[in-house]
Design a protein around this ligand. Structure first.
Ligand SMILES: [Zn+2]
Ligand SMILES: [Zn+2]
Length: 116
């Protein structure tokens, strides 16, 4: 099991998203991997289309500061009624791109699986 880097939910498998995290850029100049679950990936995709500006301080996925950020609404599970709550995260432009890459890669893989 691994925890989603956005909502914290544990899943057997997560969708790998390659981000340029400024804190580890010297160690990983070509980017480093974050894992998010399918729900969050879908939320990021939607947010990328709608582009609602957020006044957050840093990106919740890669940690970059002082760049335009956008709101991503995600559902976080809680242990009482109604068992989830909506929370909003801040995501930067380059992480949106990274999510789109992940979505494209997954679709290509599905396509591949279909043909065999
Ligand atoms: Zn998540
Ligand atoms: Zn980011």
């Amino acid at each position: 099991m691994a925890d989603c880097d956005l909502c914290g939910v544990a899943r057997p498998t997560l969708c790998p998203v390659k981000v340029n995290a400024p804190s580890v850029l010297s160690a990983y100049p070509t980017g480093t991997w974050r894992g998010i679950n399918e729900e969050c990936l879908a939320s990021c995709h939607e947010a990328n289309i709608n582009r609602v500006p957020s006044n957050g301080k840093k990106c919740d996925l890669c940690g970059i500061k002082n760049v335009p950020l956008f709101q991503v609404k995600i559902q976080v599970p809680i242990f009482q009624e109604p068992y989830h709550k909506e929370t909003s995260k801040n995501i930067c432009d380059s992480c949106f791109e990274a999510c789109e890459d992940t979505i494209r890669r997954r679709e290509a893989e599905k396509e591949e699986a279909h043909h065999h």
